[in-house]
Design a protein around this ligand. Structure first.
Ligand code: HDD
Length: 680
């Protein structure tokens, strides 16, 4: 893309026509205090261009953040697919990935409860392949014809454009309560998956069943999975809401800063493969996007890794103008008859035509394939190419070019999988799509206790924001098909009677679905706040910081003011951030060092007290040395869990000053690696 990058040197300012301009601060006018003149072409051009800077935002997934990187397979997958980019271990394919929320507009907050988009463009040698997935493996609806209804219901309500970035409102729950096929997805949406700690710490899924196809036309069903190297981690709901105010760019900033710091986010691509002959071997339909294939039934085979190592230079040119499309496939990857996928294959090209202003958006730098492009498409808004010669096929005057590729059966040519299709023209949903509850129950059954608690609380919150009582009732009635406990607990929170039990609820579970089993290892890029003031034991700070940063964590010293504080021995300690500009929600853990004078100052500062109280409430590890425990008392934390013998079980580490700070630092670091202590 380098040839498309504007490289500002010390060039003079010019107009669009390349005419040099000597003043862009004062419009041309008649006399010192006279009227502005129409003749000022630079002024008119500048304002006109500005007036047209905005383009329509995406109708869904408007808010996002993207980055470049590469994908490389671990081994050849040519046994299953002829896709060139999967054919050889280590063959690097450049990628652009865009993460997004779904409901909110471009300016909405990152940490809302929502599905996250996870869209990857592979610039392969055989053309662009887009895997346009989400961080949840299922979807709200089974047939794309319902998508406009679903999106109308979840988006801000039409009369007042509220709420921004939230599904907690009447129309969404009205729709879902009448559309039981959404129940499985609702379980995911009410779980902590909907409030990821970081884009770098969430899974991705292709959702649909796709098809791998070999060079000789053999098909294998495939589901795609992205697994983050840093483990799967989430915020807690109260934290997410506070973070939305403290830093609306929380996830975007996290991605940007990690890449700038060289801590490149990484995911492993996994595939679930199902032979064509096993199409009907499951008690659900592979074509139904509201279903997963439980990993215990078909294991996820790791096949390669994705690394993001470069931030865009211009958000608009790259992240905003990137255009994904489920129908951008390459030889070796094909569709199935999943009715959601079939509809998507229409929608993405259609939406780009209006969003990007015409049919030539694939010529934008971020969308250009690295493979050569030859065709007879011509003209249109924004045409960048000067096409000489003929523009039709067949032709003799243009030497027959461009000719059909691979007429002789060559490699690298897209050939549709030759699936036999036979049927009446009907508008009906297949009977095999009718079970809407078994997998919702499977998800619920697979959750740890704390995950279930969060799901109940999320349903209570969301339905509690719904004004129509009949919608609340209908929804809790649906939940009884998932779990009587769930339905009863949600109903209780809403002040409703428990719905009548229904039979036939499955007790099956899939451990692979619980975040408890997806934590990963290590503390790389985890952020630890050190609360300091004049009199802080600076030696301790250094000792603990060295231990944590050696394991990849980021440690920041916070004090009432920026600059430095004076350590207990009079030595200066640099302050990274002023406490009033931050909040505990922007960190993963908190350290309060020893130092009587410092702790007295912190205990008298409501911002510091709140910092500790909030971090505790959000389940974050706390390390508190010597006098620092007085801050815990000032925050009125329950003494038995923070100062008792079992405090470490609750992620609270207190040092009495005799044990070396390094010992405590190690236990604290392990706790940071555990992420949260939700049982507090
Ligand atoms: Fe979609 C954008 C993911 C169903 C129609 N979708 C969009 C993006 C993601 C997804 C990640 C943002 C891409 C980007 O970053 O630019 N969508 C999904 C998934 C779905 C899904 C995982 C279900 C499995 N989508 C879906 C359906 C339809 C659409 C059923 C239409 C019938 N989606 C669109 C769209 C968008 C879009 C209107 C808006 C902006 C865009 O495409 O480029 O065409």
């Amino acid at each position: 893309m380098d040839r498309f990058r504007a490289a500002p040197r010390h060039d003079a300012l010019t107009t669009d026509q390349g005419v040099r301009v000597d003043d862009t601060d004062n419009a041309l006018r008649a006399g010192h205090r006279g009227p502005t003149l129409l003749e000022d072409f630079h002024n008119r051009e500048k304002i006109t261009h500005f007036d047209h800077e905005r383009i329509p935002e995406r109708v869904v997934h408007a808010r996002g953040a993207g980055a470049y990187g590469y994908f490389e397979p671990y081994a050849s997958l040519s046994e299953y697919t002829c896709a060139d980019f999967l054919a050889e271990a280590g063959r690097r394919t450049p990628v652009f990935v865009r993460f997004s929320t779904v409901q909110g507009p471009r300016g909405s907050a990152d940490t809302v409860r929502d599905v996250r988009g996870f869209a990857t463009k592979f610039y392969t040698r055989e053309g662009n392949y887009d895997l346009v997935g989400n961080n949840m493996p299922v979807f709200f609806i089974q047939d794309a014809i319902k998508f406009p209804d679903f999106v109308h219901a979840v988006k801000m309500e039409p009369q007042n454009e509220m709420p921004t970035g939230a599904s907690a409102h009447d129309t969404f729950w009205d729709f879902c309560s009448l559309q039981p096929e959404s129940t499985h997805m609702l379980m995911w949406l009410m779980s902590d998956r909907a409030i990821p700690r970081s884009f770098r710490m969430m899974q991705g899924f292709g959702v649909h069943t796709f098809r791998f196809v070999t060079a000789d036309g053999r098909g294998t069903f495939v589901k795609f999975h992205w697994k983050p190297a840093l483990g799967v981690h989430s915020l807690v709901w109260d934290e997410a809401q506070i973070a939305a105010g403290r830093d609306p760019d929380f996830n975007r900033r996290d991605l940007w800063e990690a890449i700038e710091a060289g801590a490149y986010p990484e995911w492993e691509l996994g595939v679930q493969l199902v032979p064509e002959e096993d199409e009907f071997a499951f008690d659900f339909d592979l074509l139904d996007a509201t279903k997963i294939i439980p990993e215990e039934q078909v294991p996820v085979r790791p096949v390669g890794r994705l690394v993001l190592d470069r931030n865009p230079q211009n958000f608009f040119a790259e992240t905003e103008q990137v255009a994904f499309h489920t129908a951008n496939v390459v030889p070796g990857i094909d569709f199935t008859n999943d009715p959601l996928l079939q509809g998507r294959n229409f929608s993405y090209l259609d939406t780009q035509l209006i969003r990007l202003g015409g049919p030539n958006f694939s010529q934008l730098p971020v969308n250009r394939p690295i493979a050569d492009v030859h065709h007879n498409h011509r003209d249109g808004f924004g045409q960048q190419v000067i096409h000489p010669g003929t523009n039709y096929f067949p032709n003799s005057l243009g030497g027959g070019c461009p000719a059909h590729a691979g007429a002789g059966g060559g490699a690298g040519v897209f050939r549709h999988y030759a699936e036999r299709v036979d049927g009446d023209k009907i508008r009906v949903r297949s009977e095999s799509f009718k079970d809407h509850y078994s997998q919702a129950a499977l998800f619920w059954n697979s959750m740890a206790d704390w995950e279930r608690r969060h799901i109940v609380e999320a349903f209570r919150f969301e339905l509690g924001k719904v004004n129509a009582v009949e919608v609340r009732e209908r929804m809790t009635g649906n939940l009884a098909h998932v779990s009587q406990d769930l339905a009863a607990e949600v109903a209780e929170g809403l002040g409703l009677p428990a719905p009548a039990p229904v039979g036939g609820v499955t007790s099956a579970a899939s451990p692979a679905l619980s975040q408890e089993n997806l934590a990963g290892e290590g503390i790389r890029t985890r952020k630890v706040a050190v609360l300091a003031a004049d009199g802080t034991d600076a030696g301790q700070v250094t000792a603990v910081r060295d231990r944590l940063t050696a394991r990849g964590a980021i440690v920041e010293v916070l004090a009432a003011r920026a600059g430095t504080v004076q350590g207990a021995g009079g030595e200066p300690l640099d302050v990274d951030r002023a406490l009033p500009t931050m909040g505990s929600v922007l960190y993963d853990a908190v350290l309060v060092p020893d130092g009587a004078r410092a702790v007295s100052a912190l205990a008298a500062d409501p911002a510091a007290v709140r910092f500790v109280e909030e971090a505790y409430r959000h389940g974050k590890p706390l390390a508190v040395l010597g006098e620092g425990t007085r801050l815990l008392t000032a925050a009125r934390l329950p003494e038995d869990t923070v100062l008792g013998e079992s405090a470490p079980d609750y992620g609270v580490f207190t040092g009495n000053g005799t044990a070396p700070a390094e010992d405590l630092a190690d236990a604290f670091a392990d706790a940071v690696g555990q992420h949260r202590f939700p049982h507090r």
